[in-house]
Design a protein around this ligand. Structure first.
Ligand code: HEM
Ligand SMILES: N[C@@H](CC(=O)c1ccccc1NC=O)C(=O)O
Length: 284
């Protein structure tokens, strides 16, 4: 500890920034920090937590989408290493998003109910970025576009994500180009609907796990996809449990049954064969 317990203010520190770009300029903090508008009157103390939790999630989702799109493009360009790099980053973002639920869990049901009416029919179900992430990971459902009728830009962005091959579609196409015998029907499938479990694909992918040394990079990629799905499920689970402890079994503001609706999302899977093949793995 120094005598004054004060860090020296170094003489070279830049203090005259009057005609220079600053931290706040670069990050457009006036916009970012001016975008929290609690609606409850009198303003409820905890509404700011609720808003910031959602906004930070949307920021992370923006980066996840950016990385996911780049990962799809890398796979389409046969650049598996680059795709794995993007996926590694997504996994770290997911960890952060999963951990963040603990902040919102400090909101008690008694506090939330004081400002819940201010939210009207608004709901996370209407998150365009979340839906785009689901689509790019393969959970396609054209009906999800219905809630974006009044938001043409979001509807357009989502239609693009719906019509684009998913991360799994791109991965399977890359494997096929490398000579892995992926069934042709999967390479030509209608990518606007969800992929359904295919036992033949499970058996083809199982071969990779039988001879990992011969297929090391694709084996590694398969395990990365499993991590992605696992993290996504953990996020869904923590959302569902946070909802349960905050509103119990009330209907959602978006019109769904609430917890039950969210619980049913846990049955959805992006890469079913990568999980199914594990049942067949035996000691060599
Ligand atoms: C106390 C906090 C929260 C409650 C009570 C809550 C409640 C709900 C409910 C009941 C639904 C089902 C749709 C509906 O009928 O409204 C839902 C969906 C959703 N919520 Fe939340 N939520 C909370 C926090 C969050 C946060 C922080 C996010 C982050 C952005 C979020 C994102 C979503 C998403 C993306 C969906 C759609 C899920 C799907 O389609 O499977 N929610 N939420
Ligand atoms: N669906 C929630 C409301 C809600 O959580 C929410 C409301 C507005 C904006 C985002 C929200 N978050 C997730 O659904 C509820 O039923 O209480």
């Amino acid at each position: 500890m120094t005598e004054s317990n004060t860090r020296e203010f170094e003489a070279t520190l830049v203090t005259d920034l009057r005609d220079k770009m600053t931290y706040g300029d670069y990050l457009d903090l006036d916009t970012l920090l001016g975008a929290q508008h609690p609606l409850s009157r009198p303003e409820h103390h905890d509404e700011l937590l609720f808003i910031i939790q959602h906004q930070t999630t949307e920021l992370w989702l923006k980066l996840v989408l950016h990385e996911l799109r780049a990962a799809c493009a890398a796979l389409a360009g046969d650049n598996l290493k680059d795709a794995l790099k993007k996926i590694a980053r997504i996994k770290h973002i997911q960890r952060s998003m999963i951990e963040q639920w603990s902040v919102l869990a400090t909101l008690t049901p008694t506090e939330y109910v004081q400002f819940r009416d201010s939210l009207a029919k608004a709901s996370g179900f209407q998150s365009a970025q979340y839906r785009a992430v689901e689509f790019l990971l393969g959970n396609k459902n054209a009906r999800m576009l219905e809630v974006f009728r009044g938001e043409p830009e979001n509807a357009e962005m989502l239609r693009e994500a719906l019509e684009a091959p998913s991360l799994y579609d791109e991965f399977l196409r890359l494997l096929a180009r490398r000579g892995v015998p992926i069934p042709q029907r999967l390479l030509e499938r209608d990518v606007t609907v969800a992929h359904v479990f295919d036992p033949e694909l499970r058996d083809v992918l199982a071969r990779i796990y039988e001879k990992v040394d011969e297929h090391w990079d694709v084996y590694e990629a398969c395990e990365e996809l499993v991590d992605l799905e696992e993290n996504f499920q953990l996020w869904r689970f923590r959302h569902m449990r946070t909802v349960m402890r905050t509103i119990g079994f009330k209907q959602g503001t978006g019109g769904s049954s609430g917890v039950d609706f969210l619980r049913r999302a846990l049955d959805l899977t992006f890469f079913p064969e990568l999980f199914a093949l594990r049942t067949q793995i035996e000691a060599s």
